[in-house]
Design a protein around this ligand. Structure first.
Ligand code: SF4
Length: 248
């Protein structure tokens, strides 16, 4: 294992999905195919980062940031580009309205953190941290996909637990509000994290790091159908099922 190994949400998530998927991405340098949803998510995150980092936070500036962030990678055709572009515009119109009506101060966007957990380096990036006039803090994660999650899924989201840990242990404040901001519906779902939930999440990150450094990369074939590498991975049962259905 490389000496500069750092554990992060993305790495834990890949490992928990399937340990062999982790190996393909992080050790064998397989690339997850770019698609419209992935590119669109990056565009919106980048546009909002640029917008909140700039001095002028006008409506026009938000759309300038959007145009600057736009790229066509991963879209299948001009019609799809047009549809996503228009969808992004609608999202940002609603976003700007909510932003301009809020009395919260946007303290940080894309705030990186770097800590030690156990004997591992632990890194991440928080999409946004706000401070309200009464001194309360809110941390939030942006999501750009269409479907808004159920409360239960937000409550058990591992990334938010990592964010909460970082705020408390690295930035030195307790997040009073924790939310996922579903931009497609301009709607936030709020959640809480107890001390023990945060501790459990960190223990899971440490355990995952231990499994990775011990090079435990057994394939979890129950996930193959949902996997980005189902057509490339040598363990994929999906590939075998396809071959049976469509013999060459
Ligand atoms: S195809 Fe299956 S075994 Fe291979 S990485 Fe994906 S989930 Fe794991």
């Amino acid at each position: 294992m490389r000496e500069d190994f750092k554990i992060s949400y993305s790495r834990v998530n890949a490992y928990l999905f399937c340990p062999h998927k982790y190996k393909l991405i992080y050790l064998d340098n397989f690339h997850i195919p770019v698609n419209a949803n992935v590119t669109f998510g990056h565009i919106i995150h980048k546009a909002l980062e640029q917008f909140h980092s700039g001095k002028e936070q006008s409506y026009n500036m938000l759309f300038e940031c959007y145009d600057d962030a736009w790229k066509n990678d991963g879209f299948t055709d001009p019609q799809q580009i047009f549809e996503y572009y228009e969808c992004g515009k609608r999202m940002l119109v609603n976003y700007y309205k909510s932003f301009s009506e809020s009395d919260a101060e946007v303290l940080y966007v894309e705030r990186a953190f770097d800590a030690n957990i156990g004997r591992y380096k632990f890194i991440g990036i928080i999409d946004r941290i706000d401070r309200y006039p009464d001194g309360k803090y809110e941390i939030m994660d942006y999501k750009t996909h269409v479907k808004v999650w159920e409360q239960e899924r937000v409550d058990r989201d591992l990334q938010l637990s990592f964010y909460a840990y970082a705020c408390k242990n690295i930035f030195g404040f307790n997040p009073d509000e924790i939310s996922i901001y579903f931009l497609s519906e301009n709607r936030k779902i709020y959640t809480k994290r107890s001390k023990s939930e945060i501790a459990d999440a960190i223990n899971l990150a440490i355990l995952t790091a231990e499994n990775i450094t011990a090079e435990k990369f057994n394939p979890d074939v129950s996930k193959c159908q949902l996997c980005d590498f189902k057509l490339k991975c040598k363990f994929s049962v999906y590939k075998e099922a396809c071959a049976e259905l469509c013999p060459a």
